[in-house]
Design a protein around this ligand. Structure first.
Ligand SMILES: NC(=O)c1ccc[n+]([C@@H]2O[C@H](COP(=O)([O-])OP(=O)(O)OC[C@H]3O[C@@H](n4cnc5c(N)ncnc54)[C@H](O)[C@@H]3O)[C@@H](O)[C@H]2O)c1
Length: 126
């Protein structure tokens, strides 16, 4: 029986590890074609290698805070997957600690990845 996501061609950001990797595994298990993207390109390649037995998966380095890199990811994913019909905007940082103690640089980084990154990816893939 075909998987529930057999017609899906999905790009998952921040998926070299953690929740993104688990999402990639779930998509593969259900028959989707998957491309994982992560700021850590080496880790993304390693993860793709580890999951290759599960189905069609490839990897690419991408910093979601970069307009240029998100556009390049969308273009490459379109070629590799024959079009993309799922974008999982998973890449994100967390603000662990007390709100009163988060340094300004961390606030900038949180907004860059969790807000700008989501919008840039949505723009690039739309
Ligand atoms: N873990 C939790 O309890 C939890 C709870 C709520 C929401 N979330 C959210 O779920 C998502 C995944 O969480 P996680 O715990 O797996 O995080 P994680 O830190 O384990 O993994 C995040 C991945 O994103 C990548 N990444 C970081 N910055 C990036 C960038 N600029 N461009 C591309 N990739 C980048 C990292 O290299 C890493 O592989 C995040 O958006 C997080 O905020 C997590």
């Amino acid at each position: 029986m075909a998987g529930r996501l057999a017609d899906r061609r999905a790009v998952i950001t921040g998926s070299a590890a953690g929740i993104g990797r688990a999402i990639a595994e779930a998509y593969l298990r259900e028959g989707a074609k998957v491309m994982i993207a992560d700021i850590d390109g080496r880790a993304a390649e390693r993860t793709a290698g580890e999951l290759a037995a599960m189905g069609a998966i490839s990897a690419m380095a991408c910093d979601v805070t970069s307009l240029e890199q998100t556009r390049a990811l969308a273009a490459e994913a379109g070629k590799r997957l024959g079009g993309v019909n799922v974008l999982v905007n998973n890449a994100g940082l967390s603000g662990r600690g007390l709100i009163t103690e988060i340094p300004e640089e961390r606030i900038d980084a949180l907004l860059a990845v969790n807000l700008k990154g989501v919008l840039l990816c949505a723009q690039a893939f739309a």
